[in-house]
Design a protein around this ligand. Structure first.
Ligand code: SF4
Length: 409
């Protein structure tokens, strides 16, 4: 059986709409990111929003921390390709201003806006405008009373913070809610979301906050977000990286595609780790291929393999692949050799074939060449390599003999 997506049973949540993007219920899990420009810089912010949308963000958040930012939002929202959420911290009036500016949603940090009357004014206005609000709990900025009650930022303290805010919202009949309980500690955020998902049906926004620069930040964020998604928890995600936010959007999108939770839009590049049998610098070819495909929206799996002996077989499920031969690359489609090309043309040829397959399909690609001739040509290189290197290019059997001598001697 071909398994292309993990069978995850999602916890049932309510569905809300952020502009024209649905979050929760049976809607696809969405990717969010946040601009790092000054929101008052309308052109700069819009440029970043477009870049984020192109990299896979479905929803973008902008800070609304001053009047100029709210005025900027009034110009940004009508020109944005994706819904805009205003990020609000200490001043509830900024939430009111952002709604006036036309944003499609708000994020409030309950640790930073604590007066119930202010929270209720914002929630009532959002209710009247039919706008969703995310309750964005952060382990680092809880109400001091909760730290005291629980002896620190525990999962229970974070869940209670969310529940208190929900109660204020529900008091004024507002229920277009989504919630996050982020922490920079992966175990803490995982446990907080698990507990939260037991007590609420509002959709959840997942994230590991202040994850840091890649690669460590990517690993932390992926560990937390993927763990929860595989338990069926989470309706929308954000990577918080100390990096160009385009990296966040790309990572979010790639994670969902890798888990089979979103339809593939981009190339899934697989590559062998290389070994003593490799005929080319696999890392270099894979990086060049990655670069060549980075801006092309081709929903294909493409393999870069270091040798023709094992490469085509090991990557037979890929739509397209290349395996390095003796100064030549063997192109294969669904494991079948279709062409042998000079080493310096390998990446260009991969791109050309990928675009052809994307446009015309795998069968048409197989039809455009003489498969028997291509297989014969490829077999010549393969046989020569086997002849030169033998079946054990890494000399494993010799090593095993030596190991046995050492351990039994
Ligand atoms: S045997 Fe070939 S395909 Fe497999 S890791 Fe080594 S070079 Fe790559």
């Amino acid at each position: 059986m071909e398994v292309s997506s993990l069978q995850v049973e999602r916890k049932s949540t309510r569905k809300i709409s952020v502009g024209n993007v649905e979050v929760g219920g049976d809607s696809p899990i969405t990717v969010q990111s946040m601009t790092i420009t000054k929101t008052a810089d309308v052109e700069g912010t819009l440029q970043q929003i477009y870049a984020l949308a192109a990299a896979g963000a479905d929803i973008v958040r902008c800070t609304c921390n001053e009047t100029e930012a709210a005025e900027g939002l009034a110009q940004i929202v009508p020109r944005s390709p994706v819904p805009i959420i205003a990020d609000i911290h200490h001043q509830y009036k900024m939430a009111m201003a952002a709604m006036e500016a036309g944003v499609q949603g708000l994020r409030l940090n309950p640790g930073n806006i604590r007066r119930p009357e202010h929270i209720k004014i914002v929630a009532s206005e959002a209710r009247d405008r039919n706008l969703p609000i995310r309750i964005g709990v952060n382990a680092g900025s809880l109400d001091p009373a909760l730290y005291e009650k629980y002896g620190g930022a525990t999962p229970e303290a974070m869940v209670e913070s969310a529940k208190q805010e929900i109660a204020y919202f529900e008091d004024v009949g507002f229920d277009l809610i989504k919630i996050s309980v982020k922490a920079s500690s992966v175990p803490l955020m995982v446990e907080a979301y698990r507990q939260l998902s037991e007590v609420t049906e509002y959709p959840l926004h997942l994230g590991v906050t202040e994850a840091g620069p890649p690669p460590a930040g990517l690993i932390k964020a992926t560990a937390g977000i993927a763990t929860l998604l595989l338990e069926g928890i989470g309706d929308t995600i954000r990577y918080s990286l100390t990096a160009d936010p385009v990296e966040e959007a790309r990572a979010g999108r790639q994670l969902l595609e890798a888990l089979g939770l979103r339809e593939r839009k981009n190339v899934d590049l697989i590559a062998c780790p290389s070994c003593g049998r490799a005929e080319v610098d696999v890392i270099d070819v894979a990086n060049r291929a990655m670069e060549a495909f980075s801006d092309r929206k081709l929903p294909l799996q493409i393999a870069v393999m270091g040798c023709v002996v094992n490469g085509p077989g090991e990557a037979r499920d890929a739509d397209l692949g290349i395996a390095a031969g003796n100064k030549r690359g063997h192109l294969f489609v669904k494991g079948q050799n279709v062409a042998v090309v000079p080493e310096n043309e390998m990446v260009d040829q991969l791109v050309e074939w990928a675009e052809f397959i994307n446009e015309h399909g795998v069968d048409a690609a197989l039809d455009r060449v003489d498969l028997v001739k291509a297989a014969r040509e490829a077999e010549k290189d393969r046989a020569r390599l086997l002849d030169e290197q033998g079946a054990d290019a890494n000399h494993t059997s010799e090593k095993i003999v030596e190991i046995r001598k050492t351990t039994t001697g």
